[in-house]
Design a protein around this ligand. Sequence first.
Ligand code: ADP
Ligand code: ZN
Length: 213
Amino acid sequence: MRLVIFGPQGAGKGTQGARLQEKYAVPAIATGDIFRWAIATEGGELGAKVKEYVQAGRLVPNELTIQVVLERICADDCKDGFLLDGFPRNRAQAEALDEFLEERGIPLDAAVVIDVPEDVSLSRILGRRACLRCGRNYSVDSPPSNPWTCDVCGGQVVSRADDLDESAVRQRLELYHQQTKPLTAYYQERGVLRQIDGTGGPDEVFDRIVAAL
Ligand code: ADP
Ligand code: ZN
């Protein structure tokens, strides 16, 4: 199964990505997690290149992002498929991915877009927390069992730095509407779009996605 999943910030991509990864036994690859991990690992070349963009809520340049993703999906664990969360984020990235997959004769099975209204999106961003080490998502409504220690890996669970900066949050939402949302039409034309209502609890949304796939 080869999937991409997109939607506004706070739509629940990360949460659903983790569940889909288990259900379909394909790795969930989140560009945001790759970049945050690179930044947290001091001394790395990728981290130094992407830091200023991520902190300001701007897009990392296409050339670099595309290179990172295409390299990642060439890894062994992606031979039976993958789930991309946060990529593509604009038309150039979508075209680069299509070209890569077409050359290999392995088309995308579906592009899942999760829709939520702006107020839901904003309140979820404010409430969400993530593990610094493994990226696992939590929120003030569903915290880890020990205060702010990851259930999976014992890492520290915190708000993301870019979620605390209100102007960076607004910038990311605006970029979503300008550049990523139009991918809905792009994937619709290619017959792979699956539009999902992202309101309600995580189980409800997950069931909708599985039914649509
Ligand atoms: P969110 O969806 O809440 O903005 P992500 O974790 O998906 O969070 O992304 C965090 C940051 O990483 C983005 O604001 C951007 O700087 C960078 N980023 C992630 N994916 C991409 C991408 N496909 N292209 C360019 N930049 C990206
Ligand atoms: Zn963790």
